[in-house]
Design a protein around this ligand. Structure first.
Ligand SMILES: [Zn+2]
Length: 165
């Protein structure tokens, strides 16, 4: 076991990392920045105050904690054994609010990318960060009105766009 906390203790810890500038969020920001992308953070005038806003890509990114945002089938989303109903209701409300936020943003013409805390652990993060770059390039092609399927069909070609950014 990587840590010695009981699940209960872990949840108490997690309740403190709900806010902005969480570790997973910083990982994504550092990665994007190092990859040459520029963005704004915590843009309050957009629905849900997205963690990362890439105007050029018409894209917003949310880096979600698995517990607070109720990541289904995720080992980090385990309801506490006490006050279970309270937590269940709370997380359900959070999820509903998230869905509403995403659909508002989409209506405004934004692409919405959602990343999860569990995708950004040291073990998992590389593949998810790589696929984030793919997604961004894909979205850029869509924004430019290209045919992304075709342009996308060759192995790791899209990575070059990121390098040139
Ligand atoms: Zn998760």
């Amino acid at each position: 076991m990587a840590d010695k906390l009981t699940p209960q203790q872990r949840h108490i810890c997690m309740s403190h990392i709900r806010g902005k500038n969480t570790k997973p969020e910083l990982i994504v920001r550092r990665f994007l920045h190092a990859s040459g992308y520029r963005f704004r953070i915590h843009v309050k005038r957009l629905p849900g105050t997205p963690d990362i806003v890439m105007r050029k890509y018409r894209t917003v990114i949310f880096v979600n904690g698995c517990f607070w945002h109720g990541h289904s089938d995720c080992s980090l989303y385990v309801l506490p054994k006490t006050n279970t109903q309270f937590w269940q209701d709370k997380i359900t409300r959070n999820k509903e609010r998230d869905e509403k936020t995403y659909s508002q943003l989409k209506k405004m013409g934004w692409h919405v990318i959602r990343l999860w805390e569990c995708q950004l652990t040291s073990k998992n993060r590389q593949k998810h960060l790589d696929s984030l770059l793919y997604t961004l390039n894909h979205l850029m092609l869509i924004n430019m009105g290209a045919k992304p399927i075709k342009a996308y069909s060759t192995d790791d070609e899209p990575m070059k766009y990121a390098a040139e950014e």
